[in-house]
Design a protein. Structure first.
Ligand SMILES: [Fe+2]
Length: 301
């Protein structure tokens, strides 16, 4: 009898955990650019709106791309960032590419930028090359330790794609080659642990994923202990800072292993990189982090 009850309870938990994978969290995060030698006059900066998708994991993805298009249609988006783990199996390359292509219907002004994650690197080199070329065919910029310099309303914006740290592919010197001493620096990478190694590589904001918010976060995401130093520092999701720089860890859109989430939800986030003044006039959701006076300011909804 007791086994029967346990079985029923486990089944209910699984059903509930699977349902959670459909329950998309749409987050808004605003971060102010710190005045620096690179960007002296931050007040001239026009807000940069970045739609951030991470960890799509096509094999276990419950959120349709069409839903994302419907939810964000009509909103100004400057850039779409995809921070890795698009899939695990090469047979899903067409689905992953079609998914990104559908989200690109939102027509980001500066384009769509992709970095790969540890799961993408499970693919054989020729299949990964196929994924990369298919993404480029639809108009994405795939950055593997590379940067792109863009013009955002007359201001210089460097988008720096740092390859996956977890599989030891990140090369900061290479990523920053060609990044000049002026302009705003936005880093895209999969594993946020790389921030711990970036003392000599300055940036204004960094977007990442990798931890899935624990995915099964119940009672605690103990399994993340194996995934580098950040989880041990209690940084597994959301907005953080290290070395006085802001970085963000997405909970990701899809799931790995089983298609379930507990105390975690699939996430899509609209980040606004803005000025201190604009942020001070943001709604009451603004929150100051207790840091040094030069600390970046954040607002989250
Ligand atoms: Fe992932």
């Amino acid at each position: 009898m007791i086994w029967m009850v346990t079985l029923v309870l486990v089944a209910i938990l699984f059903i509930r955990a699977h349902r959670n994978t459909f329950d998309l969290m749409k987050k808004n995060v605003s971060v102010a650019i710190r005045p620096s030698e690179r960007v002296e006059d931050t007040e001239n900066w026009m807000p940069l709106r970045i739609l951030h998708l991470s960890d799509l994991h096509m094999e276990n993805l419950s959120v349709p791309a069409e839903q994302i298009v419907k939810d964000y249609e009509g909103q100004p988006i400057d850039l779409i960032a995809v921070t890795g783990d698009l899939l695990d199996r090469h047979r899903n390359i067409p689905r992953a590419v079609a998914y990104v292509e559908t989200v690109m219907k939102l027509k980001p002004v500066l384009g769509t930028f992709v970095v790969f994650g540890n799961h993408d690197y499970v693919l054989r080199p020729n299949k990964l090359a196929q994924l990369k070329s298919e993404l480029e065919r639809i108009g994405c910029r795939v950055l593997c330790n590379q940067s792109v310099t863009l013009n955002h309303h007359g201001q210089t914006l460097h988008v720096i794609g740092v390859d996956d740290y977890a599989t030891r592919r990140s090369n900061l010197a290479k990523s920053y080659q060609g990044v000049t001493d002026d302009g705003v620096r936005l880093v895209l990478t999969h594993d946020p642990n790389v921030v711990l190694t970036m003392k000599d590589y300055d940036y204004d904001y960094l977007l990442s994923g990798h931890f899935h918010g624990g995915q099964i976060h119940w009672p605690k995401p103990y399994h993340l202990v194996k995934m580098g130093r950040l989880p041990r520092m209690n940084m597994v999701k959301g907005l953080h800072q290290y070395d006085n720089r802001a970085f963000y860890i997405s909970e990701g859109l899809g799931q790995t292993g089983l298609n379930i989430r507990l105390r975690s939800r699939p996430e899509i986030t609209l980040h606004t990189l803005t000025t201190q003044t604009a942020l001070q006039h943001a709604p009451d959701t603004s929150q100051q982090l207790p840091q040094t006076e030069a600390a970046p300011t954040f607002a989250m909804e």
